[in-house]
Design a protein around this ligand. Structure first.
Ligand code: UDP
Length: 236
């Protein structure tokens, strides 16, 4: 049993509030347990110079944390004058995840700017960002009058890890901070992998442990994608 009473294969409760903000073309607030992220999508009618004239669109992401998203106040990047390496890594991961779900040719010469802002962090902010960003992207694309749907497939993500030699899914901060192995899986609706980030933090891990963590992630993402479908299908 985990501190919060979850079984090792249980994800924290997920709540997605779509159209959370008034101005963006698509937005969602995602709550993954105590982790909360606001995802918003802006559709711009132009593409970066390297894509100009190619008839294809682009999707890019930015990720940030509010100072008091954490237990201890974190200095804003804007005050430090630079984005930290972790934010860079996470925003590139979010961008790649969402580009895998969308046929960029079908959105024409447009850029989708995804903004993921963590308002409260308790582990899994990058996977929560990907889950929420997919919903926000989907909503923004539904507003465009396109001939064909550019959505190739759903995409979601979840963390897994080895904590006290036990494989478990969806680590909160407490678990993440003592995990021997920490992984993040980005998986499509078809069950195909988009990205796997895996680190032996305090020790290496066996192929058997990898299999167990992978299987937890596959089952977890299946459930999350069911929820995304339910949220996007409802009229609320
Ligand atoms: N964290 C923090 N301050 C930071 C970075 C991380 O408090 O500057 C906490 C936060 O709860 C975060 C967790 O550590 O969710 C795990 O961070 P990690 O870099 O593994 O990314 P995440 O699990 O959020 O995707």
């Amino acid at each position: 049993m985990r501190k919060d009473g979850r079984a090792n294969n249980m994800i924290r409760p997920i709540k997605i509030t779509k159209n959370y903000l008034k101005y963006p073309e698509g937005s969602a607030l995602i709550e993954l347990g105590e982790t909360k992220v606001i995802c918003s999508v802006t559709v711009e009618d132009k593409v970066p110079p390297f894509l100009k004239g190619h008839g294809t669109g682009w999707i890019t992401a930015e990720y940030s944390m509010l100072p008091r998203a954490n237990e201890v106040r974190k200095v804003r990047d804007s005050v430090k004058g630079k984005i930290d390496g972790r934010s860079h890594e996470i925003q590139r991961l979010i961008g790649r995840a969402l580009r895998s779900a969308v046929d960029l040719k079908k959105i024409g010469e447009r850029t989708l700017w995804i903004d993921c802002d963590v308002i409260q962090a308790d582990g899994g902010t990058r996977v929560a960002s990907i889950i929420g960003a997919f919903v926000a992207v989907y909503l923004s694309l539904a507003k465009l009058t396109l001939k064909e749907s550019p959505i190739k497939d759903f995409v979601a993500a979840i963390s897994v890890g080895m904590v006290d030699a036990v494989p478990m899914i969806d680590l909160n901060y407490d678990e993440d901070s003592k995990a021997e192995v920490d992984m993040n899986f980005v998986i499509t609706g078809k069950g195909e992998f988009v990205e796997i980030q895996g680190t032996g933090e305090s020790r290496s891990f066996t192929q058997d442990e990898f299999e167990k963590m992978k299987n937890l992630a596959i089952k977890g993402v299946e459930k999350i994608i069911e929820l995304q479908k339910k949220v996007l299908g409802s009229s609320e």
